[in-house]
Design a protein around this ligand. Sequence first.
Ligand SMILES: CC(=O)N[C@H]1[C@@H](OP(=O)(O)OP(=O)(O)OC[C@H]2O[C@@H](n3ccc(=O)[nH]c3=O)[C@H](O)[C@@H]2O)O[C@H](CO)[C@@H](O)[C@@H]1O[C@H](C)C(=O)N[C@@H](C)C(=O)N[C@H](CCC(=O)O)C(=O)O
Length: 484
Amino acid sequence: MKLKDLAGILPVEGTASADLEVTGISSDSRQVKPGVVFFALAGTKADGASYAADAARRGAAMIVVGKGSALADLPVPVLAVDDPRLALALSAARYFGKQPQTMVAVTGTSGKTSVAAFTRQIWEQAGYAAASIGTTGVVAPGRNEYGSLTTPDPVALHRLLGELADAGVTHASMEASSHGLDQRRLDGVKLSAGGFTNLGRDHMDYHPTIEDYHRAKLRLFDTLLPRGAPAIVFADDPWSEPTIKAARAAGLDVLTVGRHGDFLRLKRVEHERHRQRAEVEADGVIHEIDLPLAGDFQIANALVSAGLAISTGMPVTKALAALQKLKGAPGRLDLVGTTASGAPVYVDYAHKPDALENVLASVRPFTTGRVMVVFGCGGDRDRGKRPIMGEIATRLADVVIVTDDNPRSEVPETIRAAILEAAPGAMEIGDRRKAIHEAVAMLHAGDTLIVAGKGHEEGQTIGSETLHFSDHEEVRSALREHAA
Ligand SMILES: CC(=O)N[C@H]1[C@@H](OP(=O)(O)OP(=O)(O)OC[C@H]2O[C@@H](n3ccc(=O)[nH]c3=O)[C@H](O)[C@@H]2O)O[C@H](CO)[C@@H](O)[C@@H]1O[C@H](C)C(=O)N[C@@H](C)C(=O)N[C@H](CCC(=O)O)C(=O)O
C-alpha cells in the first residue's frame, strides 16, 4: 500500500510523501520497522509524541500526531490530525482491509463475554463459520487463543479480522469495552448490529463519573452503528432507558429484550439447580426454552445474543432453539464440581459490585442451605467499590470470606480492611489458596459456594509480579482433598 491509499483518513493528497510505500501501522515506537506509519497517541501513562524520534530512528515512513503536539525537527514527514486515535483505527481498517461480513458488538458492564460467546454458538449451530473476540480471547474454527484486552487495539484487531476473513469466517461477535469505545479501538469496524446488557459501577479509576462511563458505552450506538442498524437492548436494566433514547435518536432500530422487552419478551422462568426453563414471546408466539445454564443473568445474556443473531438474519425459531445447547463462557458461573454431599462450587469472574450481586442472587433460588462466597478486590484500581462489594456480599451470602485478588502495589491488608469495614461477620483469609480450601471444607449438603473475581484468569499479581494462580485448579484440588 502507498501512503496515498490512506487518503480521506490522513491529509496526504498532493504531499511529497504520497507515493511512499507503507509496510505497516503502529502506535508503539518499539514495534516500528522501516516503512511503518507511526501514530503518536497521548496515553494514560505516556505521550506517544515523546517516542516520535525513536520511531523515526527505526525507519518510520511518517509520523501522525495530534494537532497542537509540539515535535522537534524530525527527519521524516509529520502529519497533524484532529484525533490520532480515530485516524489510527481507520488506517488500520484500510491497511488490513478485510473483516467477516457480519459483525456485531456488545457493550455493558457485565455479560459481554457471555453474549459474544453465545452469539457465536448460535451462529455455529446454524452452520456459519463464526468467531467471538473478547476477554477470554479469540474463538474461531480451529482457533482458541487468549488475548490481553477485552477489545483489542485497532492494529491487533484489524490484523485479526483480516485473518478471520481469510480463514472463511463470515460472522463475528465482539466485546466493546468502555476503554475500547472511548479510545476509538472499534471505529474502523463495520458493524451490522449492537447489543447492550446493563450498566453498573466499574472502571471508576478511568471514567470520572458513571454518566461519563455510560457516554463511552453509548458511542457504540450513537457513533459506530450505521443508521437503521438494529440495537438490541436488555430492557430490564435501569440504564436501558437512556440507552434506548440515545439509540433511537441516532436512527437505530431499537429491539428490546427481557421481561420488559417487546422483541423477545420473557414471560416466565423456572430456576432449577443447573438449568432454567423459560417462556419467551416473539411476534405473539410463545417459545419454551430449556436453558442449560444457571443464573437469571444468563437468561438476559441469552436473549441479547438471540436478538443479535435474529436481527442479523437468523430465523427466530432457530435462534431460540439454539439457546438450548449453549455452553457457558469460561469462568462465568462455571460449575467446577460438587462435594461428596452434592454442594456445588462455582467459579465466577465477578469482580465488580453488580456482577457480584447478580451471581449471588442467581444461586439463591436453588440453594437450600447457605450461600457462601470467597472474594477480594484488586489493588491500584477503583477503591470506592471495596465497601460496596463488602456490603453486597454480607447482604446476599450467609458466609463471606474476604481474601486477596491481585493486590498489585497496595498493601493487601488495607484492601481487605476496606471491604471488611462494610462486611461485619465476614472471615478474613488473605491467602487465596487457603481461603478456597477452607471454604470448600465448610460446605454441607444444600450449600452453594461461589469463588468470585478471577474467572478464567490464571494469575495473582502481588507487587509487580504475577504468579500462576487458578481458582479452577484450587477448587478442584480442594474438592479432591475433602473427598478423601
Ligand atoms: C488505560 C488504557 O486503557 N490503556 C490502553 C491505551 O494505552 P495508553 O494509550 O494509555 O498507553 P500509554 O502507556 O500511556 O502510552 C502512550 C502511547 O505511547 C506509546 N509508547 C509507549 C512506550 C514506548 O516506548 N513507545 C511508545 O510508542 C504507547 O504504545 C501508546 O500508544 O491504549 C493501548 C493501545 O490500545 C492499550 O493497550 C492500553 O491498554 C492497557 C494495556 C490496559 O490495561 N487497558 C485496560 C485498562 C483496558 O483497556 N481494559 C478494557 C476493559 C476491560 C473490562 O471491561 O474489564 C479492555 O478492553 O481490555
